[in-house]
Design a protein around this ligand. Structure first.
Ligand code: ADP
Ligand code: GLC
Length: 482
């Protein structure tokens, strides 16, 4: 079976968050199930070298105002189709945001072009390869089902995965003609969203199947508190919606063979974890004593992640001798808040503002617990890395966090199945209680060590979920009539 993935990010080439990790991992997991997935991805500066070595398989003189081509190549075990359109994607800095801190003003043109080319490939094929299913991810690929529909010829079925409904790709409706969109789709049941074109809404309305990245988020999405205005449409399409839990790429994230650790370790050889801990403390300027657990945060600093509450909880943490190492960037107010917190609690709170992939591995290897107090979390990957590295997740009970961490309540402790701590609702009181509970568990070495070993054995790979994607593709290719 042949699948065309369409996405704006793919690890290890270009990454701003978990979407990239997923796009980089699923094709490899599908390959083991005899499914070939090729990833259509724009050529940002980081991909130029790779694109220069590939074979041109499609070209156009005029894609949103400039010349463009698609280059086929292979790297890091992933089959790539790279959309090389320098006027749209060859720019420095963040792939979505310009130097003024605002979204690139032509994001509608940039990502409609990506979706348009996906539909071209789906219909014409490249190198004699034509996908059986097109799998679009997030708003950046939301127009794929629309362009497929507009072709009016035999087109493959489409799947849309919602990684985060907070990002919807909303644009001015005067762009309809420029984007090559036919006005009949611009209805409240279609791509119109309160007077704007909704790229994600378009995808949800017109794809054949919708998935999201955890079963709990699939249910939450149909509620007004989480659906962000799309809950009605999702309820209407509920029979086509399902949650498939994200996994992690075990070739990249395994403490036994992670070159980015000071000392690799396993559930059987846990002692070496301490060497990574010492290195984390050194890197973050934290005191090297064993009073309390070392918590970490590795995150985009945004309202979604609930990290403003952690700032409020710092006195409770400090009183228990716990430490906190924070790696993240994003909202300036949160960045400044954490920098000020590090100054106010020297030796107890350490902060590095920025994006640092190698350091994130070291932190997963060296910390005792990872804090994820998200207000909503479609899946979340850092708690899965935490499980794999025995860095116990302390998480809000929402979305994929609820589906992956087993709370250390009395029953779970008694039956020896706890792997972390969950709390709800996302309030300062509940977070403080969770932190205190974690400190209590940490003070019971045999209980804590048992939880670490169990966490490290918890299945977090892609096997089960890759099969679930394959089942969806099979159901569509078996039944779809164009
Ligand atoms: P989201 O996609 O909402 O940001 P996820 O938990 O799904 O959340 O994925 C975040 C990914 O980005 C993880 O791989 C995490 O390790 C990584 N990450 C987030 N912030 C940073 C950072 N400042 N430095 C390095 N890696 C980061
Ligand atoms: C989004 C979500 C995150 C999820 C990731 C990958 O960025 O915020 O929860 O893990 O996509 O699916």
């Amino acid at each position: 079976m042949k699948i065309l993935f369409v996405a704006s990010e793919c690890a290890p080439f270009v990454k701003t968050g978990g979407l990239a990790d997923v796009i980089g991992a699923v094709p490899k997991a599908l390959a083991a199930l005899d499914v070939t997935a090729r990833v259509l991805l724009p050529v940002y500066p980081a991909l130029k070298d790779l694109a220069s070595k590939g074979e041109t398989v499609w070209q156009s003189e005029t894609l949103q105002g400039g010349a463009a081509r698609v280059v086929a190549c292979q790297s890091d075990g992933i089959e790539l189709l790279l959309l090389d359109a320098p006027h749209l994607f060859d720019r420095p800095g963040n792939i979505y945001i310009g130097p003024d801190g605002e979204d690139w003003s032509d994001n509608a043109q940039r990502f409609s072009a990506l979706s348009f080319v996906a539909a071209e490939i789906a219909v014409q094929g490249v190198q004699g390869w034509r996908p059986d299913v097109v799998h679009a991810h997030d708003w950046q690929a939301g127009l794929v089902p629309v362009y497929l529909r507009q072709r009016g010829e035999r087109t493959p079925p489409s799947v849309l995965t919602i990684h985060n409904i907070a990002f919807q790709g909303l644009f001015d409706p005067t762009l309809m003609t420029e984007l090559g969109l036919s006005s009949e789709s611009y209805t409240p049941e279609g791509m119109e969203f309160f007077g704007q074109i909704g790229f994600l809404k378009a995808g949800i309305a017109f794809c054949d199947k919708i998935t999201t990245v955890s079963p709990t988020y699939a249910r939450e999405l149909m509620l007004p508190e989480f659906g962000m205005g799309l809950e009605g449409l999702l309820q209407a399409r509920s029979s086509d919606l399902c949650g498939i839990l994200n996994g992690i790429d075990l070739d990249v994230w395994s403490p036994e063979e992670d070159d980015l650790l000071v000392a690799p370790y396993s559930a059987r050889r846990l002692k070496q974890k301490a060497q990574n801990r010492a290195e984390v403390l050194r890197r973050f300027g934290l005191e090297n004593d064993t009073d309390g657990p070392v918590f970490c945060i590795i995150s985009r600093l945004t309202t979604q992640k609930g990290l403003d509450l952690v700032l409020e909880a710092l006195p409770v943490m400090a009183a228990r001798g716990a430490k906190l190492a924070v790696l993240g960037n994003g909202d300036k107010a949160l960045e400044n808040g954490f920098v000020a917190a590090a100054q106010a609690h020297p030796g107890s709170v350490g902060v590095i503002i920025g994006y640092d992939e190698p350091l994130s591995h070291l932190m997963q290897g060296g910390c005792d617990a990872i804090l994820i107090p998200s207000r909503f979390e479609p899946c979340g990957l850092t708690q899965l890395y935490g499980l794999r590295y025995g860095t116990l997740p302390v998480v809000a009970r929402t979305g994929g966090l609820a589906d992956t961490v087993i709370d250390a309540n009395e029953a779970a402790l008694m039956t020896k199945c706890a792997t972390g701590v969950q709390f709800a609702p996302v309030t300062i009181d509940a977070l403080e209680q969770a932190i205190l509970r974690t400190c209590d568990l940490y003070e019971q070495p045999s209980v804590w060590a048992g939880m670490i070993r169990r966490a490290m054995r918890h299945p977090v790979g892609w096997d089960v979920s890759a099969q679930a994607y394959k089942d969806i593709y099979t159901s569509l290719t078996g039944t779809h009539s164009a």
